[in-house]
Design a protein around this ligand. Structure first.
Ligand code: 7UC
Ligand code: FE
Length: 290
């Protein structure tokens, strides 16, 4: 897993080289483009060259000039002048696929770290295609043709406007705006054909059969244990720690990988920009094209 590419002119490269780059992401799951000197606008332009950019549904994550950029900021950085927090601290400290709680997730996540901490840098990944292959046959049989219910309710972060709101109102709004979405527990990657297990510790809140009947208690937990998402020590053989330096731009396959931010316990600053992209393929067979 993982391919490093040096000296790639992401904005100047011809369109067919960009198509090839996407193929490399699907094959290698993570591509690290070294030494990318872009502007925020250039980062968004790269996203547009790869497909349809998805803007995060909640404005508090948006870059002030480029709403297409999701800002994760762990420095308590303040916007010049108005004293507002830039982006949101401590995002993604839980195993998840981006946007799994939405009806139409996207295929590609691009992360371009801006301030890289000295310690505890990197992002954890699990290849859920490889994890699926390693499942015992009995578990594979049990989840064939089933669906996971996916919701943001456990990791929704209250917004400045939620302070002093009754928590039941906030919860009701989450269910109204982002009701749990059913996605197949296993699907074939539209490009590689690889079967991937599409469940995560943070977002998957239940499993059901095609008729909507819940599957047995404990099944989801067994799947999460088997694939490594329950391992709080991060030593499970399926867990890959992807490190990066300043200037690196990561692109990963959001269909087959779950990821988890590794935030430092020290008050070190860390800021990263994210752009997310729908490629030209269905997210999974049958969901519908962008
Ligand atoms: O604050 C966060 O960690 C954001 C998370 C709830 N959603 C990221 C996503 O795209 O799924
Ligand atoms: Fe994420």
């Amino acid at each position: 897993m993982g391919l490093t590419i040096e000296g790639f002119d992401v904005l100047g490269a011809p369109a067919d080289r960009l198509r090839e780059l996407k193929e490399q992401v699907y094959r290698h799951k993570i591509v690290v483009l070294r030494d990318q000197r872009l502007t925020p606008a250039g980062f968004v332009a790269l996203g547009r060259r790869l497909g349809e950019v998805e803007t995060y549904y909640q404005p508090m994550y948006h870059h002030p000039e480029h709403p297409e950029i999701f800002v994760s900021s762990h420095r308590g950085a303040r916007r010049e002048g108005d004293g507002a927090q830039l982006g949101v601290p401590r995002t993604g400290t839980f195993w998840h696929h981006d946007y799994a709680f939405m009806p139409r997730p996207f295929g590609l996540t691009l992360v371009w770290p801006q301030v890289v901490p000295e310690r505890d840098r990197g992002t954890y990944f699990i290849d859920m295609g490889a994890a699926y292959r390693k499942l015992p046959d009995a578990l594979k049989a049990e989840i064939a043709g089933t669906f996971g219910l996916n919701s943001v309710r456990r990791y929704f972060k209250i917004r400045p406007s939620d302070v002093y709101r009754p928590v039941c109102e906030v919860l009701a709004e989450i269910e109204e705006v982002t009701p749990a979405c059913a996605h197949p527990t296993v699907f074939a990657h539209p490009v590689t054909g690889e079967r991937v297990l599409y469940v995560s510790e943070a977002v998957t809140c239940g499993l059901q059969d095609a008729g909507g009947n819940p599957l047995r208690d404990g099944l989801l937990r067994e799947l999460l244990d088997a694939c490594g998402q329950s391992d709080g020590t991060f030593t499970h053989e399926n867990i890959h720690l992807q490190t990066f330096d300043r200037g690196d731009l990561l692109i990963w396959d959001n269909r087959s990988l779950v990821h988890r931010a590794r935030h430092t316990a020290t008050p070190e600053p860390a800021v990263s920009f994210r752009v997310t992209v729908h490629d030209e393929y269905e997210f999974y067979p049958g969901i519908g094209r962008p």
